[in-house]
Design a protein around this ligand. Sequence first.
Ligand code: TPP
Ligand code: MG
Length: 553
Amino acid sequence: MKQKGHKHFLDILETEGIKFLFGNPGTTELAIMEALGNQDKIQYVLGLQEAIVVAMADGYSRATGKLAAANVHVAPGLGNAMGSLYNAKFHGSPLILTAGQQEQGHGLMEPMLYDPLVPIAQPMVKWAIEVSRVQDLERIVRRAAKVALTPPTGPVFISLPGDILDDYVDDPLQEPTRINTAIRPSNDILNKLSNKILAAKNPVIIVGHEIASTNALDEAGRFATLVGAPVWQQTVPHGAHFSTDHECFQGHLPRIQEKVKQILEPHDLLIVVGADVLRMSVMSKVDPLPRGIPIVHISERDWEIGKNYPTEMAINANVKETLRALIPQIEHNQCAVSKNNAKKRVEKYKEHNWKQNKIILASKLAHHRNTKFFHPERLMMLIGDHVSKDAIIVEEGLSSTSTLLSFLPICNSDRFFGLASGGIGFAAGGSIGISLATGARPIVAIIGDGSIMYSIQALWTAAHLNLPITYLVLNNEGYEILKQRLQSFRGTQNFIGMNLNDPAIDFTSLAQSMGVPSVRANSEEHICQILKETSDRKGPLLVDIHMEISTKN
Ligand SMILES: Cc1ncc(C[n+]2csc(CCOP(=O)(O)OP(=O)(O)O)c2C)c(N)n1
Ligand SMILES: [Mg+2]
């Protein structure tokens, strides 16, 4: 049956499994808005700025691992979305970003709002294209979905000129293609890998993103116990990459080259499972990898393997499937002495694992009882101890949340979503996508006052959809992390461009103005009560938490 391009576009998205279209419309998107009004399969989720639109889609795909779709308005809208698109690229979130474009030919005359879109999006996506014939629309959208979802996953971009959306197409709908990439290495390689691991006297494991994205927490735990290795989370701990309950878990590696080197020094084999290899933030002359440690690396992201360091066994495969096959192979190859040695190592590393460290850290914080201003580490302890077990934690708290993961128990792969790329502005909108993906689960979004101001309009969408998100704003009236760094890296306390206190931002009023109830936290008991109630909360709440500041004001 003949139908217009805009309806055809939504029909294709629907068969690709899209339930939400995150967007912000303009005149070039009116055709899509018209089509949206004539159907009820895809819900449009309005974001009040394009950075939020893409952050919401990113959050949705981070929480589901599934395809998300977002639509923005021509060149300025795409421009606004770029920081969030960078975050999605960094994380590898499979999303299709589309933008309306001036009609072909009309664009050539350079009307208002025109600029070629593909070159803008290109550096941040796996594939970028403009549709030039309505007959190609389906092939392009299906290919885009396939490309986004095939590891290494990531965003793709499609420019939709107005004449394409209003043109007629007469083709029956086809089916999506999904490439099955849940592959494991050959038996021969599994045998070699297990022998290599068993030959090590003191191996160490680094776990990362793919443990969470393939839901392999159990397999990774069994593997660590069997091998008898301490487990470190990768240096950018942006997800639920290992179970904090596990006896071998040591916490996450710091992003300090010297410290990582010290931690890895005693080991004779580095086993990397679905992680980035020692990704750092600030430059140092010290290389974090001690010389001579051989690396074995299992990952579905071939770009990551051997990217910075030669890798003896470089295995491009699905980590869950590989671990499931590797565990019985190791059990088969492991002799009694090796088994015994592995057990001894587990006993040794257990003594200063995550749980033990948590006890030590907590004892140091005993005297820091909070009153008007909250001590960051102690607040993280309270959150770890009191936040409900079913809550999903979203984190973008910078200086205040540096110890959150030392206190937050994590036992399933959708428990935690943290700042990944370093580009702030994800969490306020990202929480909305995560909430839509996870239904009634309570969300606790822990966000710095500076960071939330990058996408504060997200509160309106959270109120509009009445989502159960508790926003904890860690309010230190400034960019504390930058102040700390200016002080320690450059020896000055002249904090230009880092104070948000003149005037101070009134977060409770700001939230209320967008329909989000709010409260200022006034005691530890108050915070604990709020955390306890997150499971019963039906809609959003913003909690303004005034923090102690370690730098001079
Ligand atoms: C998009 C983007 N712009 C600027 C920065 C630089 N930056 C890093 S941290 C930070 C301040 C964060 O402030 P806040 O959220 O209040 O956390 P705090 O430092 O106070 O702990 C800034 C501006 C960034 N990382 N990303
Ligand atoms: Mg701050």
